[in-house]
Design a protein around this ligand. Structure first.
Ligand SMILES: Nc1ccnc(=O)[nH]1
Length: 478
């Protein structure tokens, strides 16, 4: 385990926001990436995601295989973003200024903020139910507000506490989910519900999309939690610890979800949180399972509040030129974000939430082109050399608006339309493919193919990583 120092250090609110983390503040080991992403994925929404693969028609066995393929593909992309953290020392989204320009990055940022709010609001509804079960309270509002306060507390305290919550979620997740799996096999003749339908390509591809989509939405989060690691931390260790944590955690949850859906279908989908408690059996154990659900949702929702506030700050500072804010302002940003997500959660009817989830999945189409552009520039064009002071300067190397990146981004979003299979719209190519949705793959590949040659010609990367003067950091790789 890494040493984060005494409790008063862990509980002192973090000061850094979107500025570079200097060497003196770097600490920890990549193992923290494993526990954070494992813990954040051992959660009820991942179970629901896995269950959906079966609800939409796949046999549980094929759903599990498809989810695994998707998790591996999407997990590789998200972990490549994470591997940027130690070298840059920057949160994930501000690095997009290197591709899109200081103001141009606002385009993907606004969409990322909407995603953060969407996940925070929907997650808060489920976690609020777990809080209510624990406290024996009926009013949904109480659970939602309590969960919002917990989220804000951890997010304000910041990085060190977030990693500790990740470790707790890892341990309680393993214990709780193992117990539930045993209960599922005791309560249901699981073998008689799986392997009964044959292979079907459309639902198999959907399972892949559900796994990949889940991982890809974590792309905008990841470097936020690897940016304090020592600069000497190897890229491959950061990659693998993030990848394995995220893929194993989500695959575990989704496999469980696919089996639950095969055995219990609607009984689970109609009442996910309550179903888990009932499956747990005796009231005392059900209580512990609600706690496990709460800790898993808290871990991921803290990431929503933390990444959400930094994305809002990155948007605002593109126009007012600041790069640091006071601790009070930082706290207010986080409270503001959490308050809005709580209000949406309270106001939203169950039906609205369903639509909102769909909306969030639609948002996925705007992240795949962002991932492609951010990763291709960082690894293949800039070759891991970023002029960090220029990220905060509209007159710097990256300028205010990078029209090449913005045009490729727009093209990458539009190219996916014929391939979509959403509740609101199904594209013509999707119909030709019999309903199979491969839009996320199109979003990555198409954007990459047009962006690489154009950016290669137009971009102007520095010859080594340039850190701000005040940090006295130099690039050890030149
Ligand atoms: N990207 C995300 C997936 C699931 N839940 C979240 O809160 N966020």
């Amino acid at each position: 385990m890494t040493h984060d120092g005494p409790a008063e250090v862990i509980l002192t609110p973090e000061r850094r926001t979107i500025d570079v983390v200097p060497d003196a503040e770097r600490h920890g080991t990549p193992r923290s990436q494993f526990t954070l992403w494992f813990g954040a994925n051992m959660q009820i929404t991942a179970i629901v995601d896995g269950a959906l693969a079966v609800v939409f028609g796949a046999d549980a066995i094929w759903a599990i295989v498809g989810l695994l393929i998707g998790n591996i593909f999407g997990g590789a992309v998200m972990a490549l973003h994470s591997a940027q953290g130690p070298r840059m020392g920057l949160p994930q989204m501000i690095s997009s200024r290197a591709q899109f320009g200081v103001k141009g990055a606002v385009v993907p940022l606004v969409l990322v903020i909407l995603m953060y709010l969407g996940f925070a609001a929907t997650g808060t509804v489920l976690a609020g139910q777990a809080v209510n079960k624990i406290l024996h309270i009926d009013s949904p509002t109480v659970g939602i507000v309590v969960f919002g306060l917990l989220t804000a507390f951890v997010a304000v305290t910041g990085y060190k506490l977030i990693h500790i919550v990740g470790r707790i979620a890892t341990v309680v997740g393993i214990v709780g989910f193992s117990y539930l799996a045993v209960r599922l096999f005791l309560e249901y003749d699981v073998a008689s519900y799986v392997g009964i339908k044959g292979f079907d390509i459309v639902t198999f591809l959907l399972a892949i999309s559900l796994g990949a989509g889940w991982q890809l939405t974590f792309g905008p989060y990841v470097a936020d939690y690897s940016r304090y690691l020592p600069r000497s931390t190897s890229e491959s260790t950061t990659f693998w610890s993030t990848f394995l944590g995220s893929v194993i955690g989500s695959q575990w949850s989704m496999t469980f979800g696919a089996l639950v859906a095969a055995c219990a279908g609607d009984a689970f989908l109609g009442n996910q949180v309550g179903f888990m408690g009932d499956l747990a059996g005796p009231a005392a154990i059900a209580f512990l399972i609600y706690f496990v659900i709460l800790v898993g949702k808290l871990t991921v929702n803290v990431l929503n509040a933390y990444g959400g506030f930094m994305s809002i700050l990155t948007t605002v500072t593109a126009f007012n030129g600041q790069s640091r804010i006071s601790s009070t302002a930082r706290t207010l940003y986080i409270l503001g974000f959490t308050a809005v997500s709580v209000l949406i959660a309270i106001a939203a009817s169950a039906d609205f939430l369903d639509n909102f989830k769909n909306f969030v999945l639609v948002l996925l189409m705007v992240f795949t082109p962002w991932s492609a552009i951010n990763l291709i520039d960082y690894y293949l064009i800039s070759k891991e050399r970023i002029d960090i002071p220029a990220l905060y300067d509209v007159n710097g190397r990256y300028g205010a608006w990078n029209f090449t990146a913005l045009a490729c981004y727009a093209a990458g979003v539009l190219a996916q339309i014929p391939f979509l299979a959403q509740k609101m719209y199904t594209g013509p190519v999707t119909d030709m493919l019999g309903g199979a949705d491969i839009s996320w793959l199109v979003g990555i590949v198409f954007t990459g193919l047009i962006y690489y040659p154009l950016a290669k010609r137009t971009s102007n990367p520095p010859s080594s990583m340039i850190y701000p003067d005040h940090t006295a950091m130099t690039d050890s790789r030149v």
